[in-house]
Design a protein around this ligand. Structure first.
Ligand SMILES: Nc1nc2c(ncn2[C@@H]2O[C@H](COP(=O)(O)OP(=O)(O)OP(=O)(O)O)[C@@H](O)[C@H]2O)c(=O)[nH]1
Ligand SMILES: [Mg+2]
Length: 341
């Protein structure tokens, strides 16, 4: 099936170039967009270790939110630009870290007895506290959330270019972003989306992120949440899933086994959202259905267009030919065939 997808993607790219040359730039843009969408879907399907990253303004509470998800303080937080390099959290039966550096090919591996000890090491390698030359840090720990293979990443904040180390934090974030599968954009409830955040979104996140987490520094009723999402949506070019979490309250609730606080903090819903991204059978089925839907949408779109040539013909014929040779048939193959017929 790999080969079929490969030809299909080439066909989309060549069709984009063809329509561009014909002066049909609108259709060329559409082809480029759908080519990117198919690439993303296929990447997610292949990836057995998808990376979910929290991205956003410095001090919006990304590290605090990450700790509150796990219910253990494992991500260093501070009220100044703090996380300096990306930290990826994966599953293991014990607490471990592995650091890579920009000035040596040596790596550093350590094992710990407790999350507190691991936290201290992460603080040493991945924050503004010490001037470490770390380029990326891998942390491992026994968390149910990570058991199916999901990777959760804390990233350095943006918007602190003038603070000490701020520029290097930003550079490290930009360097890391291409490796991320799911971006969760973390903003603060105290202020709406600022210009710095919006500019960053337009430049680096557009088309790659449809989840916003509002870290609620103060109490937020359901009505206030709705209003906040409505007001802030006006500046945004696409639709988002909005998640409201009070990270500090979640942490406190989990530490004290206080169910009322845990529920009120919104962390349970957010845990489900994150857990649903795990590379499980269920997720794979969902992605397969998304690919079928992709082909069905394209088929409908093609029917509604009047172009004499929609796909580049010689490539379409090659794909038809390959499809005929392909003995196994399934819903994806069927939908692919229908989309080019
Ligand atoms: N009151 C309140 N304070 C919070 C909350 N979340 C984070 N904070 C505080 O905000 C400050 C910044 O939190 P961090 O988690 O370090 O923020 P960050 O986004 O990781 O910042 P960088 O690593 O610099 O990008 C810390 O002093 C936190 O204690 C919250 O939900 N409520
Ligand atoms: Mg941080």
């Amino acid at each position: 099936m790999q080969n079929l997808f490969k030809i299909y993607r080439i066909m989309l790219a060549e069709s984009a170039a063809f329509h561009e040359k014909e002066g049909n730039s609108q259709l060329a843009t559409t082809f480029r967009l759908i080519q990117g969408k198919l690439r993303d879907l296929l990447n997610l399907k292949e990836n057995r270790e998808p990376v979910v990253a929290f991205v956003g303004l410095t001090n919006s509470g990304k590290s605090t939110l990450l700790s509150s998800l796990f219910g253990d303080k494992v991500a260093p937080a501070c009220n100044r630009p703090w996380s300096s390099v990306p930290v990826e959290y994966r599953y293991s039966s014990q607490y471990e870290i592995n650091a890579e550096f920009s000035n040596t090919i040596e790596t550093s591996a350590e094992i710990f007895d407790s999350p507190d000890e691991m936290l201290a090491a992460i603080e040493k390698y991945a924050t503004a506290k010490e001037n470490a030359s770390t380029s990326i840090l891998y942390a491992k720990m026994p968390s149910e959330l990570l058991k199916d293979g999901l990777v959760i990443a804390d990233t350095p904040g943006l918007g602190a270019a003038t603070a000490a180390g701020g520029a290097s934090h930003y550079a490290s974030l930009l360097d890391y972003l291409p490796q991320v599968d799911y971006i969760f954009w973390v903003i603060k409830s105290l202020q709406g989306i600022t210009k710095v955040e919006l500019d960053f979104y337009n430049k680096f996140l557009q088309g790659r992120c449809d989840n916003i987490v509002v870290n609620c520094f103060e109490e937020f009723s359901l009505e206030e949440q709705k209003e906040f999402a409505k007001v802030n949506s006006t500046a945004l070019p696409s639709r988002f899933n909005w998640h409201f979490v009070n990270a500090k309250m979640a942490m406190r609730g989990k530490n004290n086994n206080n169910d009322e606080e845990i529920i009120e903090s919104g962390i349970r819903d957010f845990e489900h959202t994150i857990l649903n991204l795990s590379p499980t059978e269920k997720r794979l089925n969902y992605l397969n259905n998304s690919i079928i839907k992709f082909f069905n949408d394209l088929q409908r779109f093609k029917r509604n267009r009047k172009e004499r040539m929609f796909f580049v013909e010689h490539r379409r014929l090659q794909l038809m030919h390959e499809l005929e040779k392909y003995s196994e048939t399934n819903d994806i193959i069927e939908a692919m065939r229908n989309s080019i017929n």
